[in-house]
Structures are given as C-alpha cells and as structure tokens.
Design a protein around this ligand. Structure first.
Ligand code: FAD
Length: 360
C-alpha cells in the first residue's frame, strides 16, 4: 500500500488520517504539539466552531457525522441583539429543521485522532515539528526533541495550519502564487457561565451583537456555558479597552445584556491576561507540488472567520481529495493535478466570501 505522510494532527490532518486509514494506506501523522488527549490545557484558537453542511458531509464519509453532531449544540437561527440590551431579531438559517452546529474544537479533534488510531495502519507521532519538505524526493524533515528525523512518502499532505512549515519551504517554487493579509481586527475570547444550572441565554441560536466596526458573538457549549468572542480593530482595543474601567465601560455601553452575564471580574481578569489575537487570510496556488505534496486546510487557504467556513472548507478538502483519488483509481499524480486545478478556484471563492462578510 502507498504511504501518506500527514503534517499536523489538527482538524484537517486528523480528518485526513481517518480518510486514509479507511483506504488502508500506510499513514504517518506528525504533530508539533503533545497529544492533546493527554493535555490539561490546549493553547490555540477558538474554543468552539460552527459546523455546517460542508463539514458534516466530510464527517459522514468517514462515519463520524452522527456522533459529532450529537456532541454539539444545534443553532437554528441568528439572534441579533440591539444596543438597548432588550430588543432581539431572529434570522432563521434555512427551512425549519435546518441548522448548523456549535462544536467544541478540542473534543472534535480528539474524536478524530482516536478514530484514526483504531486502524493498525495509522501511526501518530507527537512532538514532531516539521522543518521542511522536499517535493522532488517526497521527503519531510522533522525535529523531534532536538533530533532531526526524515520520512519519505508517496504522498505528503501539508495540514500544518496557517503558518505551515511545508508551505514555507515551497515559497521559492517556480510560479507558486501566494498572498496573505492580516486584517485590522483581532479577537478576544470570553465565557458566560450557566445561570441557575441552565443556559444564561437561548442556546440553539448564534448570538450576534453587531456594532458597526466591532461585534460580539456567542455560541453555546454542551456544558451550558457560552463561548463569547469580541472582534474589534486592534486600535479600538488599545484606545477603548486598555484597563479595567475602560473595559467595563465599553462592554456596559455597547453590550449591556451580555455585560451583565459576563460579569465584571471575568471581563477585567481576561483583558488583563490576554492580548487580542490576529486574523489572517491566505491564498495560494497551486496546491500541489511535484505530484507529491498537497497543501490542505488553512495551510492552503486560511480565511477570516466571519463566514464560519475555515474548518468546513478544510473538511471539504479531505472529501474532495478522497473522491478524486477514487475517480483516478488511486493514481496519486493524476489526483493531485486534478485536485489542485479544481480546488484552488473554490478555495479562492470561499476566501473572498469570508472577506466580503467581514467587510459587511
Ligand atoms: P489548524 O487547526 O491550525 O491545525 C494545524 C495543526 O498543525 C495544529 O495541530 C498544529 O499544532 C500543527 N502544526 C503547526 N505547525 C506544525 C509543524 N511545523 N509541524 C507539525 N505540526 C504543526 N472555521 C469554521 O469552519 N467554523 C467556525 O465557526 C470557525 N470559527 C473560527 C473562529 C476563530 C476565532 C478562528 C481564528 C478560526 C475559526 N475557524 C472556523 C477557522 C478554523 O479554526 C480553521 O480553518 C481550522 O482550524 C483549520 O484547520 P487546520 O487543520 O487546517 O489547521
């Protein structure tokens, strides 16, 4: 059987491992972090994510959709909160019954790693940092606790995220088109605790407090908490949320209903402890190199989160790759050529839609 090397055991890498495990290939997954299943705290981006049809279809193909969906919280509509702290507007996502799902990032990632690991043909290597990849030789170089190690594969999937080391080692590749843009907004994550052992807000909706140039959102978790995210220009964080009283004043003025639920102590403690995180949008083309390496997920097309499609598009990458491999009867070279041709345009489009939604 051919051997696939997957760089990164994040959302897209772990799902790819499930796809190739089922295909019976020899699968090696190399992850920079420790095994998240054994970590107390996992550093990283958004605590929960909106899983939509695109992502669900990919999970269905590896038999995980039903289980994952039961692990999340259904969201049937957007609920817009006005600045008076009282008026709300409901915008259904689709027909009755149609919904997206709020899902915990860490749990989703853990489930996929555990699922892939059930197969004897899959091996995970944690604390292996990808240093570079050589597309001609089909070789990836890793640093494992100070030791330099190499592995050769028939196919290399770069699923090592927005700051992909594999993509970085391909930057000088002839005709490789690459662009990145940091937007002027950053984000800070907060938390609303349960109230009287129940959700403090309506759970089955996507809460939004749109305020022109900045916005607050809240997605429910299964433990009856909400993960709340404020997106604002870095300049606004600096000018209007720079100390305890300015943070409290800002939230009280613009998000009065959420302010009461977030609480003074939580707000001030969080803003003292964390700095707003940046958001990056990346386009690249081609996605395939020397018919050996494929950029996938954020490594290929990181996008701003305002369309809720980064992970979903990455999951769709895995499904599309699997379908094209079937179409070409497992021929890797032909699959990679076709994948890159078909997928780049789609990736650019969803990236543009996400940016358009940001500007909106
Ligand atoms: P990542 O999740 O970044 O995983 C990359 C993995 O590679 C990590 O495990 C990392 O440790 C590992 N790695 C990195 N470098 C190396 C290296 N050198 N060697 C080995 N391993 C390495 N998307 C949605 O669909 N819906 C949402 O609601 C949504 N909300 C979001 C909210 C925010 C605030 C943000 C920032 C993003 C959101 N996204 C959302 C986007 C989503 O988080 C990403 O698209 C998704 O995480 C991409 O998955 P990935 O596996 O490609 O990359």
């Amino acid at each position: 059987m051919p051997k696939v090397i997957i760089a990164g055991a994040g959302l897209v890498g772990a799902l790819n491992a499930c796809f190739f495990a089922k295909r019976g290939w020899d699968v090696e997954v190399y992850e920079f972090r420790k095994d998240i299943r054994q970590m107390e705290h996992v550093q990283g981006r958004s605590i929960n994510l909106a899983l939509s049809h695109r992502g669900k279809s990919a999970l269905e193909a590896v038999g995980l959709k039903e289980y994952i969906v039961t692990q999340g919280v259904e969201m049937h509509a957007r609920l817009i909160h006005d600045i008076d702290g009282k008026t709300i507007h409901r915008q259904p996502y689709g027909q009755p019954g149609e919904h997206i799902v709020s899902i915990n990032r860490r749990h989703l990632n853990e489930v996929m790693i555990t699922e892939a690991e059930k197969f004897p043909n899959v091996r995970f290597f944690f604390e292996y940092k990808v240093v570079k990849a050589d597309p001609k030789a089909g070789c990836v170089t890793f640093n494992h606790v100070g030791n330099i190690i190499e592995s050769k594969g028939d196919l290399i999937l770069a699923c090592d995220g927005a700051h992909s080391a594999i993509r970085r080692s391909l930057m000088a590749y002839p005709l490789f088109q690459y662009s990145q843009e940091y937007i002027e907004h950053g984000y800070v994550e907060l938390n609303i605790l349960p109230l009287n052992n129940d959700y403090a807000l309506e759970p089955n909706v996507f809460h939004i407090w749109p305020r022109g140039n900045f916005t607050l959102i809240a997605l429910a978790n299964r433990d009856k908490t909400f993960t709340v995210t404020i997106f604002a220009p870095f300049e606004l964080f600096e000018k209007e949320m720079y100390d305890d009283s300015s943070v409290l004043g800002f939230f009280q003025k613009y998000f009065p209903d959420a302010f009461n639920l977030l609480g003074n102590e939580h707000l001030t403690e969080t803003f003292r402890r964390v700095k707003p995180l940046p958001l990056i949008s990346i386009k690249s083309e081609p996605h395939s190199f020397e018919r050996k390496i494929l950029l996938m997920g954020d490594a290929a097309h990181s996008m701003v989160p305002f369309y809720g499609q980064g992970m979903n598009a990455g999951f769709e990458d895995c499904l599309v790759l699997s379908e094209i491999l079937d179409e070409f009867d497992g021929n890797i070279g032909a699959t990679l050529d076709a994948y890159s041709k078909r997928r780049c345009l789609d990736a650019h489009s969803i990236n543009d839609l996400a940016m358009y939604n940001y500007n909106e």
